[in-house]
Design a protein around this ligand. Structure first.
Ligand code: ZN
Length: 621
């Protein structure tokens, strides 16, 4: 029994020993496999995936805050503020964080400081289950008052502050189509705000600090800090005083002559700097979605698509985005080409003969002079320009020919965008050179059958005023790095010499005659005694654009020698009894000059211009 027991015991031990040995070996193999796997994993983690995991670990332990850049300010040429950003707070309430017994106290205090309705706010706190906005653009002193009150309390108010930036336009509607505006995310949406956004916006910085398990910043922990680069300040070439005069007189003319709209540009021809550029009607960038008075007339009848299209249209600078047939103002370009190419002289008596009609070879129907009932008869080029006689310019245009005309149109910059720094610059339409027939050539000589932008037209006339040199129109005078104070001034960009100074002297002298003897005299009635040269223009409605009606325009330079300002006034679709450029655009330009020229220090010379006041209203084409 004992033996058996012992044997059994040994047997058991043997059995146990044998079993243990197998288990141990299996265990060891597993351990070894586990370690091999671990080593492989470590090698993988260390060499293959190390950097990614490191940054993931760091992200779990750090707090990154964006430091927003301040958007640059836009000034006029004299430093008047046209667009500026300021910090404001937006205030929210999270009702889930407020105990019932505190709701009335919070509604009471907020309504008192923010000057909002107590009952309305209390109802919102009682009824909302999510956070809601209480007030935007809250001034800093009010924010401080609320924060001070909040800090003294021993209960949760659920009041949340969010810092935001607001953009404001202190002059409201002034120069609105040039300035444009910013989106709610503070990026430029239209105008200069859009085209200069990369300079104005700056670059956001960031601050990275360590945080604890509760996700809050650990005090005195090491921080890495990348400062925000604030946006550049811009100084435009626009002068608010000139802009103000132009906008007021343009609005008066559009209303008085019952026009759809009007455009005016004033440019310094020596450097292309835009002194003013105006649209009427315009808009207030502080309330950009509010229709202007013209749009408001039938706003409620528009579909939502029509409304958004109308707003888009309201925001654009039409001097740059719209094209038009320049009409008789373009006779200045035809004159310049003819004189430069020695195809005509300014004062050869009887060089042209107006019978009231011009018959193109092979065509039965003649092109009429606007004054066909009282033909102009024999005229020199100067007289033809004074009278704005179409047959004389048809003859000159045919002498020049299509090839040469296009060579100069190209040189005057009419086939390409001016490159002015505004978004949406349009380009006009011309016939293909090889498809131009005599009829088209004839009408182009007096500014019909093709389109250009107003900014191209004034640039071409500025070329005449600037001794024949075309310069690029310029809207931004200088930019300032607000972090370093470094100022970058933009130089005049000369494009090319288009015509000679001797030619431009002749054209300017004829422009002076247009004011003293011809259809432009009404500018001098308003701006008495100043040295002014000009040309009138009236584009007729064509069958395809008849709904657009007439376009009355007027271009003027002052002084004639050493010209300091070129002014282009365009009035669209006048529906009153007067519709010619000389009748309505010339006196408008005169009223503008009467204030702008003295402001610019241009002296009147105290001579009253001898003007030919025997002209009738219908002579002012
Ligand atoms: Zn004529």
């Amino acid at each position: 029994m004992k033996k058996k027991k012992t044997k059994n015991k040994f047997d058991d031990i043997n059995v146990i020993n044998t079993t243990s040995s197998i288990k141990l070996k299996t265990f060891l193999v597993i351990i070894i496999l586990f370690f091999i796997a671990l080593i492989i994993r470590l090698i993988f983690l260390q060499f293959v995936n190390g950097s990614e995991l490191q940054s993931a670990a760091r992200a779990r332990q750090t707090l990154t805050e964006t430091i927003s850049a301040k958007r640059g300010t836009i000034y006029d040429v004299n430093g008047q503020t046209l667009a500026i950003s300021y910090e404001t707070d937006k205030i929210y309430i999270d009702p889930t964080n407020i105990k019932d017994e505190n709701k009335e106290t919070i509604a009471q205090k907020l309504s008192e400081i923010l000057e909002i309705d107590y009952q309305e706010l209390l109802e919102k706190i009682n009824n909302n289950t999510k956070r809601f906005s209480v007030a935007s653009n809250v001034e800093q002193n009010k924010v401080e008052q609320i924060k001070e009150w909040k800090n003294k309390l021993d209960f949760s108010t659920g009041i949340i502050f969010e810092e935001t930036t607001s953009r404001t336009y202190p002059y409201n509607t002034l120069a609105s189509t040039i300035l444009g505006f910013t989106n709610s995310d503070n990026s430029g949406a239209y105008g200069i705000e859009y085209s200069w956004n990369s300079f104005l916006s700056g670059t956001a910085g960031k601050s990275v600090s360590l945080k604890d398990a509760s996700q809050s910043e650990i005090a005195n922990s090491e921080k890495s800090y990348i400062a925000a680069e604030n946006g550049y300040d811009l100084n435009l070439t626009i002068d608010v005083n000139i802009q103000g005069i132009i906008e007021r007189e343009l609005a008066t003319a559009v209303d008085e002559y019952e026009c759809d709209s009007g455009i005016t540009i004033a440019m310094d021809p020596s450097n292309g700097k835009i002194l003013a550029m105006a649209d009427y009607p315009n808009f207030d960038p502080n309330n950009r979605n509010t229709p202007n008075s013209k749009l408001a007339e039938n706003w409620d009848t528009l579909s939502s698509e029509e409304k958004s299209n109308a707003l888009l249209r309201m925001w654009t600078p039409k001097a740059v985005t719209d094209t038009y047939a320049p009409g008789s103002v373009f006779k200045l370009i035809t004159s310049s080409i003819g004189l430069e190419e020695n195809l005509v002289k300014t004062d050869t008596a009887g060089e042209f003969n107006c019978t009231g009609y011009y018959y193109i070879n092979g065509e039965e129907k003649p092109i009429r002079c606007w004054n066909w009932k009282k033909p102009h008869g024999k005229q020199s080029l100067r007289e033809a320009l004074e009278h704005s006689c179409n047959p004389a310019f048809i003859e000159l245009g045919l002498r020049i020919g299509a090839q040469l005309s296009y060579k100069y149109y190209q040189a005057f910059g009419l086939f390409e965008k001016t490159g002015i720094s505004l978004p949406g610059e349009a380009i006009g339409k011309f016939y293909d050179l090889n498809k131009i027939n005599q009829h088209e050539l004839a009408t182009m000589s007096f500014g019909e059958k093709f389109t250009i932008t107003p900014i191209q037209m004034i640039s071409a006339v500025s070329t005449i005023a600037n001794d024949g040199v075309l310069v690029q129109p310029q809207l931004v005078d200088k930019i300032t790095n607000t972090d370093t104070g470094e100022v970058t001034e933009f130089k005049t960009k000369e494009i090319r010499q288009v015509i000679s100074k001797s030619t431009t002297d002749k054209v300017k002298s004829m422009m002076e005659s247009v004011v003293s003897e011809g259809s432009g005299y009404r500018v001098a009635e308003q701006a008495k005694g100043f040295s002014i040269g000009a040309k009138t223009g009236t584009s007729e409605p064509t069958s395809s654009t008849s709904k657009d009606g007439y376009t009355a325009s007027f271009v003027a330079i002052s002084p004639v020698e050493n010209t300091k300002i070129v002014l282009l006034v365009i009035l669209k679709n006048p529906k009153g009894s007067l519709h010619n450029g000389g009748q309505i655009a010339a006196p408008t330009a005169g009223k503008m000059f009467a204030e702008i020229l003295p402001y610019m220090g241009i002296e009147s010379g105290n001579k009253v211009n001898e003007t030919n006041n025997n002209l009738s209203e219908s002579d002012l084409y």
